[in-house]
Design a protein around this ligand. Structure first.
Ligand code: ZN
Length: 178
């Protein structure tokens, strides 16, 4: 019999101001079909956005699951899906401009470690340890931050952060005012 693939769904990406984005996500206890389906849909949504990383709280699921793909869908073997990712070790410092699908139209320089070790569980239930540097290290830090309810703008100076928040509120509140 032919195997019928589950249909992929585009998930809505929550934006700044939604309470789930500032909430700590829950530990994943079981890797079941529902979680695998969520991961597949997250990869699909991340590629379409397009983005190089996505965390489950961004698509309204408060669980510790992230997807990363620096190739944005060009290389199948570059897709990384991790449940319960944890940064074990971080070294060095790098400054790079960063953005976020949940913080539209804002790009700011953020200081992150230049090298990290991240540990998590893949969808087969195997423990994975990944040594990452440069952009990959940055994406892992950014996505793990999401799981802890932290947006990248929290890394900026208080002055800059407040200016951006004001701008975002104005921009995002536009639709709800007459
Ligand atoms: Zn983000």
């Amino acid at each position: 019999m032919e195997k019928i693939d589950n249909e992929l769904t585009f998930l809505e990406i929550l934006v700044f101001g939604h309470p789930l984005l500032t909430k700590k996500a829950e530990e994943i206890k079981n890797i079941d079909d529902e979680l695998c389906q969520l991961a597949q849909n997250m990869v699909h949504t991340m590629h379409a956005a397009p983005g190089i990383g996505l965390a489950a709280p961004q698509v309204n699921k408060s669980v510790r699951l992230i997807t990363v793909d620096l190739s944005v869908g060009e290389q199948k073997n570059e897709i990384i899906i991790l449940a319960n990712p944890e940064i074990l070790n971080s070294q060095g410092e790098a400054i790079m401009e960063e953005g976020c699908l949940s913080v539209p139209d804002i790009n700011e320089k953020v200081v992150r470690p230049s090298h990290i070790v991240v540990k998590g569980t893949d969808l087969d239930g195997n423990e994975k340890t990944i040594d990452a540097e440069g952009l990959l290290a940055r994406v892992f830090c950014h996505e793990v931050d999401h799981l802890n309810g932290k947006l990248f703008i929290e890394h900026l100076s208080p002055l800059k952060k407040n200016l951006i928040k004001k701008k975002l509120r104005k921009q995002l509140g536009k639709d709800s005012h007459t």
